[in-house]
Write a protein that binds this ligand. Structure first.
Ligand code: ADP
Length: 295
């Protein structure tokens, strides 16, 4: 029987509605609406689209759009000064530096200036360290989105074999930590892994974030596994992921489509992180957002 499709578009909509309710409640109880500062440097068309979508989602959730745009030839000191100014601004709850930044800038140095409690992308060394130690912090949006998908489908994680394909700072590494936090037995694969298919076949939960179209076929999937495809690639006039979805759906019990799987969750979790950041800055307790426990 073909696998059930995990509908990321619908689950992301629920998360966004929960966030909008949380924002309304914060404001109704005398708090300030969260402000999200998206920082775009230069005019890369793909980045412009991503930032525009984030700003729209932010406004739709009742948050304040604090977008800033710097020219592509801006110098490091000016970019750093903008981050510092946003860091000090109480109207800014979250700062998102859109990546990639122009090559002449030292992005690590810029990211390091974002205070951990405003780092809604969860990309700073401080938040990565907090995650690695299992301490509360802001978690990266894409892997948090994957956790929300798994939770919405009640995928058992405790004691389960989870395999993550990819070890990027953005996805693979934090993904492995989040699964570990939920007591899965986690294996991380990467470009040097010997016999990738054999390792993947162990997985009850297989998360693929390698950036290689169609890397995972049915031979790499355990019958009845849950398969999450984080990859996104332009192919012809459509999109495809790292997983051969049609073939793998004959083996797996649940699978995310591309598009409409993990993709929509990233922005939803960015909003959730911004609300969490605002609540914490305003001395409020964390609230659950659609079953995703803030940590
Ligand atoms: P993302 O940030 O979306 O996870 P990156 O391109 O930054 O993507 O990282 C790709 C990751 O996938 C790297 O960690 C790399 O080791 C891993 N990877 C690349 N090729 C393979 C492969 N053939 N098998 C397993 N993992 C791979």
């Amino acid at each position: 029987m073909p696998a059930e499709l995990i509908n990321g578009t619908a689950i992301a909509r629920q998360v966004r509605e929960d966030v909008a309710r949380g924002v309304a409640e914060l404001v109704a109880t005398g708090g300030a609406a969260p402000g999200l500062a998206t920082v775009l440097i230069g005019d890369d068309p793909a980045s412009e689209v991503y930032v525009r979508n984030k700003r729209r989602a932010c406004t739709a959730a009742g948050m304040i759009d604090q977008h800033r745009h710097l020219p592509g030839d801006v110098d490091q000191a000016t970019a750093a000064a903008l981050i510092d100014q946003l860091a000090a601004d109480p109207a800014v709850s979250g700062i998102l530096l859109q990546l990639p930044t122009p090559a002449h800038l030292d992005v690590e140095v810029l990211l390091a200036r974002i205070p951990a409690d405003k780092d809604v992308d969860g990309l700073t060394v401080a938040n990565a360290g907090l995650l690695a130690q299992g301490r509360p912090g802001l978690r990266p949006c894409t892997p948090s989105g994957v956790m929300a998908l798994l939770d919405q489908h009640d995928v058992p994680l405790q004691g389960a074999e989870a395999v993550v394909v990819g070890r990027s700072v953005l996805v693979g590494k934090p993904m492995a930590h989040l699964l570990l936090e939920r007591h899965a037995t986690v294996t991380t694969c990467h470009s040097r892994t010997r016999d990738l298919a054999e390792v993947c076949r162990r997985a009850d939960v297989l998360v693929v974030a390698a950036g290689i179209p169609g890397l995972i076929g049915p031979e790499a999937v355990k019958p009845a596994a849950t398969v999450i495809d984080v990859g996104i690639h332009r192919s012809g006039n459509g999109l495809r992921g790292d997983v051969d979805t049609a073939a793998v759906a004959e083996v797996a019990s649940r699978i995310t489509p591309v598009p409409g799987g993990v993709g929509p969750m990233t922005i939803a979790l960015l909003l959730a992180n911004t609300l969490t950041a605002a609540r914490r800055q305003q001395g409020r307790a964390d609230g659950p957002i659609n079953g995703t426990t803030a940590s």
